[in-house]
Ligand binder design. Structure first.
Ligand code: NAD
Ligand code: UDP
Length: 440
């Protein structure tokens, strides 16, 4: 065996008669460049270069740091963290953030320099809520990557960012893995309307479970902060009213809504397990019914249904006796809450909703007042497992995030109506942004 190896060695470097290099002097490789640099003052140039570089790094010490592998800065998670954990400040370092008051308090930011933007992925960013969130993040100076499979989202919702170097759009299904270098992940990808999520229930639960797993895996791998958009549906048909975050809910695990309700509950479980077990920085928002411009016109949700019906002079379809209640939040309030939650120090879960509670009949009246006082009401049989009431207790968000909704239903509805009017009839030119909602 040994002789065979020696023979192969000869085969690789055969002795050649035609070429016989000079024996290499070991010190020549060191001496030659030194001689070269001394000649023609090359050394001087090198020293001047080093001096300039040192000067630059001294003046700008806080430029965007390279990604630090997650295991470099995770610490053990306290066992005392229970249902509503509050992270100790700076428990995990957040190396890419510059300029936020809660991050890197010792970092120097030279006067006159703006903070560098974050790189943020928004899954479901071409949808209703996601697209408004993207607008705010881009306006803040961040770089945003939207990941969406366009199941219920539309390119039109984010088209105004095309050509902006801070914006990227990836057609991708979150049930497939994805690797991106980002600082934050807002995970919204999931149909929200009961009509849409019941359309393919297996896909809905897969999106919630596998999609969330993939995004948590990404967060773990690149050390990003992860925010889950959960839902008030985790409370099911609640036996507590209004609902506090400590309430565990009353959910039918085998009903037609369970693909969404149980899917989101499992997504919350996974989020907390990645936090406790793998040290991932997480945030959980429980969103209550939200409305505003860019909702799908025919997505089956009550506000979009009533508005589209009133505009088209069709009867407003009230399901059941119309006495069931919901609390309706304008989209700009939700986006503000999501961003505060992401930037804050608290994991959650947090209820994000408007406590103003309406029966469906009362909602129909507000729509009549806003669009057409003569709009008729038509009663239809209700859907299975429809929750009887829903109203958030938002004390926790008020206290810990300093957040509360500002836009009442009567103020927010007209903004949505003008967007719907434009999309249905094409007769209005005003934009569909959320920022011109006057508060109440
Ligand atoms: P939406 O349907 O308008 O947006 C969802 C987006 O996710 C769409 O762009 C859709 O194409 C995308 N998507 C769906 N499945 C996907 C997949 N497998 N891969 C990639 N993209 C996918 O809904 P929305 O109202 O904007 O809701 C956004 C998030 O907020 C959802 O997670 C929803 O559960 C949650 N939420 C919303 C409300 C509300 O009232 N709007 C209430 C509670 C919770
Ligand atoms: N609803 C209604 N008419 C409609 C659509 C919905 O009366 O055209 C009712 C529905 O039965 C439910 C409430 O409105 O009680 C809210 O329904 P939505 O689908 O908007 O949201 P979710 O049930 O998820 O809260």
């Amino acid at each position: 065996m040994g002789s065979e190896l020696i023979y192969r060695g000869h085969e690789t470097h055969p002795a050649s008669d035609s070429y016989s290099p000079k024996p290499v002097k070991p010190w020549a490789s060191v001496i030659r460049p030194i001689r070269y640099m001394l000649r023609e003052q090359r050394l001087l140039f090198v020293l001047v270069g080093i001096a300039i570089a040192t000067l630059i790094f001294t003046i700008f010490p806080t430029s965007r740091a390279p990604h630090v592998p997650h295991h470099h800065f995770t610490t053990s998670i306290s066992d005392s963290i229970t249902y509503f954990p509050i992270e100790p400040q700076n428990k995990f370092s957040y190396p890419h953030r510059v300029g936020f008051e809660s991050a890197n308090p010792t970092g120097k930011i030279p006067l006159g320099l703006k903070r560098k933007g974050l790189r943020i992925v928004v899954t479901g960013g071409a949808g209703f809520v996601g697209s408004h969130l993207v607008d705010r993040l881009i306006a803040r100076g961040d770089s945003v990557i939207v990941v969406d499979n366009f199941f219920t989202g539309r390119k039109e919702n984010v088209m105004h960012h095309f050509g902006n170097p801070n914006f990227e759009l990836i057609r991708h299904d979150v049930v497939e893995p994805l690797l991106l270098e980002v600082d934050q992940i807002y995970h919204l990808a999931c149909p929200a309307s009961p009509v849409h999520y019941k359309f393919n229930p297996v896909k809905t639960i897969k999106t919630n479970v596998v999609g969330t797993l993939n995004m948590l895996g990404l967060a773990k791998r690149v050390g990003a902060r992860f925010l889950l958009t959960s839902t008030s549906e985790v409370y099911g048909d609640p036996l507590q009213h209004p609902q506090k975050e400590t309430y565990w809910g009353n959910v039918n695990p085998i009903g037609v809504r369970s693909c969404y309700d149980e899917g989101k509950r499992t997504a919350e479980t996974l989020t907390m397990d990645y936090h406790r077990g793998a040290g991932v920085e997480v945030r959980i928002a429980r969103i209550f019914n939200t409305y505003g411009p860019r909702m799908c016109i025919d997505d089956g949700r009550v506000v979009s249904n009533f508005v589209a019906q009133a505009l088209r002079k069709e009867p407003l379809t009230v399901y059941g006796d119309g006495k069931q209640t919901r609390s309706f939040q304008y989209v700009s309030d939700l986006v503000e809450g999501l961003m505060r939650l992401m930037e804050g120090e608290h994991v959650g879960p947090f209820n994000l909703g408007n406590p103003g509670e309406f029966t469906m009949l009362e909602l129909a009246e507000v729509v009549q007042e806003t669009i057409d006082p003569n709009a008729k009401i038509e009663f239809r049989p209700n859907t299975e497992d429809d929750p009887h009431k829903r109203k958030p207790d938002i004390s926790r968000a008020k206290e810990l995030l300093g957040w509360q909704p500002k836009v009442s239903l009567r103020k927010g509805l007209p903004l949505m109506v003008s967007d719907f009017r434009q999309r249905i009839f094409g007769d209005h030119k005003e934009g569909s942004n959320t920022n011109n909602a006057s508060t109440s």
